[in-house]
Design a protein around this ligand. Structure first.
Ligand code: NAD
Ligand code: DAU
Length: 365
């Protein structure tokens, strides 16, 4: 059987690069990776694939319709997997425009191109084609402490500009299925962690700061809860959805692993104490800083549809995943230095330098 081609967008970012690695490792598909290489995208993430004939990198924007049209025409993919996005909530608070441009307008352009392409396919290939929108649990808003985790039936109630832009994109994906029949799939996943996550997100930031004896900045009281999933488990779920998901459906993906931010930070401090006893106790570096505006209090995913319909279960426990992630960052100091140059340092100054440390507050929902 001929190996299919997939157009992956945003494949040079955190989850996208883990996905591309596993797809090529297992040989599921040839991959064309379209990535704009923003501050979050790095060709280094996939440098081991430079000689892989089943992998093509294209530097470009999902909002460039003529480029996307030509990639679809030339590579004839059986699926488009859309990871491309502005993904950092804090950046969306400082400057939402780019989020609207890529997450909403860019995704819509991609949908228009996908529709044109899909309509050009002969019957068998058209019915096999899939457009997979990789989305987030943040579209559902914030849960109270005793609420049931988000199911696929939850109402969309996004609170940050990031979440609102992803929600808008999800609605467009749904509309292209309902109106035009485009065979779409949408996944809403909880917080990922693991190799290649940009150093400005919670876990890599705490690892980096802890290792260099800098403060560990916890927003507000640190009791906000997230549901953590090891990135490879997310990638495995996406492949199953692509291969066996029903067109037009949405699937929630999560780790069934709710943790308060402070618990994450203290777990990392214990791992750091073991690995670098000269810096112990790293918990002395924990610093409460002013809360994120509109900070969602709790996310949690009910992934029973994924378990029931596709037989998916996360395989990595949080303890294993976190310990491995710490080791990975220690062993990839060159990568951290490369992706932390320039823009990252400016971001750290913008987000933290004038934030002020504060008594814990409950500014969130
Ligand atoms: P990331 O920020 O690490 O990577 C985003 C990638 O998209 C980068 O490589 C960037 O260069 C690229 N990109 C940005 N704008 C583009 C454009 N206009 N055209 C082409 N490429 C562009 O993000 P991530 O954490 O890997 O998240 C990937 C996707 O998964 C996002 O859509 C995000 O909403 C979703 N998601 C993330 C998480 C998480 O915990 N990180 C959880 C659930 C869902
Ligand atoms: O829930 C899925 C989402 O998870 C994805 O859609 C997003 O793309 C991804 O970035 C992530 O969003 P979060 O806002 O949850 O991730 P972040 O790593 O930015 O923050 C995790 C939690 O830690 C959040 O409650 C804010 C808090 N935090 C974060 C940073 C960077 C701190 O307390 N201090 C920090 O310095």
């Amino acid at each position: 059987m001929q190996v299919p081609s997939w157009l992956v967008t945003g494949g040079a970012g955190f989850i996208g690069s883990n996905f591309v690695h596993s797809v090529r490792r297992e040989g599921y598909a040839r991959v064309v990776n379209l990535d704009k290489l923003t501050y979050a995208g790095h060709r280094e993430n996939l440098e081991d694939l430079v000689d892989d004939r089943g992998y093509v990198f294209v530097h470009g924007d999902i909002g460039d319709a003529s480029l996307v049209d030509s990639l679809l025409r030339d590579h004839q993919p059986s699926a488009i997997v859309n990871f491309a996005a502005e993904s950092h909530v804090d950046r969306s608070i400082m400057g939402p425009q780019e989020f609207i441009q890529t997450n909403v307008v860019g995704t819509h352009t991609l949908l228009q191109c996908a529709l044109r392409y899909w309509k050009s396919l002969e019957h068998g290939r058209a019915s096999d084609f899939r457009f997979l929108q990789v989305s987030t649990d943040e579209v559902y808003g914030s849960l109270g402490p005793h609420d049931h985790p988000f199911t696929e039936g939850n109402q969309y109630r996004p609170n940050s500009p990031y979440a609102a832009s992803k929600a808008a994109a999800d609605h467009l994906v749904r509309a292209y299925h309902e109106t035009f029949g485009l065979p779409t799939l949408t996944t809403n996943c909880s917080n990922n962690y693991g190799p290649y996550q940009h150093p400005e997100k919670l876990i890599p930031l705490m690892i980096g700061n802890g290792r260099s004896d800098r403060p560990l900045p916890v927003y507000g009281d640190g009791l906000q809860v997230r549901d953590w999933l090891y990135v490879q488990d997310h990638c495995d779920a996406l492949r199953l959805v692509l291969e066996r998901g029903r067109a037009g459906e949405t699937y929630n993906i999560g780790g069934d692993c709710e943790r308060a931010n402070l618990d994450i930070v203290h777990a990392l401090c214990r791992l750091l104490d073991n690995a670098y006893p000269q810096g112990a106790p790293h918990a002395r570096l924990v610093t409460h800083v002013a809360d994120r505006l509109g900070h969602d209090r709790r996310y949690a995913i009910d992934a029973s549809k994924m378990h029931r319909e596709l037989g998916w279960q996360p395989r990595t426990t949080f303890d294993e995943g976190l310990a491995y992630t710490l080791r990975w960052y220690a062993e990839h100091a060159d990568w951290v230095a490369a992706v932390s140059a320039g823009a990252h340092e400016r971001w750290i100054e913008t987000n933290y330098d004038n934030r002020g440390s504060t008594a814990v507050n409950g500014g969130g929902k």
